[in-house]
Each structure stands twice: as C-alpha cells, then as structure tokens.
Design a binder for this molecule. Sequence first.
Ligand code: DP6
Length: 362
Amino acid sequence: MAAEEGQWVLMATGRSPTNIAVIKYWGKRDEALILPVNDSISVTLDPDHLSATTTVAVSPSFPSDRMWLNGKEISLSGGRFQSCLREIRKRAQNVEDEKKGIRIKKEDWGKLHVHIASYNNFPTAAGLASSAAGLACFVFTLGKLMNVKEDCGELSSIARQGSGSACRSIYGGFVKWCMGKNNDGSDSIAVQLADETHWNDLVIIIAVVSSKQKETSSTSGMRDSVETSPLLQYRAQTVVPERVLKMEEAIKSRNFESFARLTCADSNQFHAVCLDTSPPIFYMNDTSHRIISLVEKWNQSEGTPQVAYTFDAGPNAVLIAPNRKNATLLLQKLLYYFPPQDNDLRSYMVGDKSILSDAGLK
Ligand code: DP6
C-alpha cells in the first residue's frame, strides 16, 4: 500500500436490479454452498424501479468490516456475506489510483477492511427478491473495487453463495440458473438465455399487496419444504426439468401463450409445495388469491392468456402482460377491483413508466 497509511479511502458504487423467477428455485441440496434441487429461470427487472445501489469503501483506517442497509447498520456475522467477501478477496488484483497516489498489491487486500452501504429502492424482505438485488450488487461492486477479472459466470457463482436467487441478477434479460451436478458447486452458475432487448413488448406490473416483511424467510421456508414436502421431490425431479425446456423454447420464440401458462403453473406449484410443507407456509393472502381469480377469469373468457401472474415468497403479485394494451386493461381492472383507498395495494410498473404515472397507483 503506497499512500500514507490510513489517509485514504477507495470507493466503488454499483447498481443491480432484482429478478423475478418464472420457474422457481425452491429447495437446496447443499445448504452451505447454496446448491439448488432444480434449475430455475427468471426475468431481470428494470433497475429504475427495483434495484439495490451499493457503495463499497476500503481504507487502512477501517478497523473492521461493517455494513449498513437502507441507513441502518446490520450484522455481517452471518456466513453469507463473509463467503462472498472471502471469494472476491481471493480473486482481488493489484489496484492503482494515480490521482490519489494509491497502490494496493493483491496480497494486501486481506489486510484491508470494507464498509458497505446498500440501499433498496423498494420494500426489503417483502417477497420482492431484495436479497437477490443486494447480494448481486455487493459481489459486482466489490469485484469492481478489487479489480477482479472473473467473468459473469464466475461472479454469479460467488453471488449464489450469498443468496441463491442473486446469481441470476448478475445478468439482464432472461436468465437460467443451472443447478449443476458437481458437489463443489463449480457448475452451479447462471447463464443468460436472452438479453434485455429480446422481448421488448413485455410489460411487468408489480401489485404491492403488502410491503411488510414476510414471516417465514425463503431460506427457512425452503429448508422446511425439503425436509417435509413429498411434492417438492416430485416437482424437482419430474416437473421442473420438462418445464424448463418448454420455458426456454417459449422465451426463444416469444410465445406468450406458452410463457404465461408455464409461469402461472409454476407459481401455483411452488405455493402448493409451501402448503405441502409441515407446518404449512402461507405466503399469499386473500388479496393475492383475488388477483389470481381476476386474471384466471379474464384469461378464460378470452380463451387465451392475456396476462401471466407469479408470486414469490410473499403476497405481492408480479403480473406480466404481452403488450401495452393488455397492461393498460389490467391496470384498469386492478384499479376497479382494488381501489387504492380500500387497502394498501400499490403498484410498480417496469418497462413502460408512462402507464404507471397515468394509473395513479402510488
Ligand atoms: C421464491 O434466493 O431468497 O424467490 O438462497 O436461501 O437466499 P436463499 O433463498 P432466496 O430464495 C428465492 C426463492 C423464490 C424463488 C426464486 O427466486 O427462484
């Protein structure tokens, strides 16, 4: 380290969007390495609406690693941040900042502590995959600060060790997390199926039914499901492999009918696994069920899917429309059946900002 000890701070800032799974990850075959029981597929959202922004700073004057989430200090003692930090530190390279006169040799990174400040522009831990955006952003930004040269596949495998779904947020567009076969997790990485320009017409609306933190975290919920749900094994071994192939095909050919049917079916099966868990896990509430009925009735009356729905580990609905016309119709229906003054249903629009402001859902 060249510049006078303790006199400098080096920083990097990054932003990562969250992702929404259309074929769900639910269940680990290895808890420590975060290796899943099945492949999963997701859509990465527009960072303007749902993303984490993270600044990582390093200085010889920092006596320990510390982290703040949305302005509040949180403990870094859990193994997951430490795993990501360790993996990135291992790959750190020499860094030179001529202007500041800073030179850090790769072997010196181990002696430096980091301060991390992360901010989510959406509700944290409300089943909107906040950990996916946060961990992906942390890994990406730390890698930038430490001049890590690894490619996105390798970064995704590091982010996976922070939170499984985070590995998919390393890429934009449509992303597949391949479960892999190796016991060391080396082949459990995310790959991009299609970039963010591939299916531009899709419009994603998130109906925020509740922004409260969920009662059962994904981590403990899926652990209980692996231990107690017979349906989970059937889903992982028999249903998902075939569904993943069909979903890849639907995305490639922009076949909305197939995409929507698979997305809704997979969300429903994931929540069926939650109910099949002992004790059962309820992530959706009455409002979520009413949103499903609304979409199902609409789709049935038209004879073909007009909109797809999917719910993660929380009651909030992620609704995917094939075009702006259907998105507008959907918003009209949501406003009619769920007037904002009657409950705390709010909505975020991803893909076409003008519809959000017109809709008046805040
Ligand atoms: C329902 O990635 O949050 O959103 O790996 O334990 O951190 P950990 O779990 P997490 O689980 C996400 C589950 C899900 C489905 C999905 O995103 O595929």
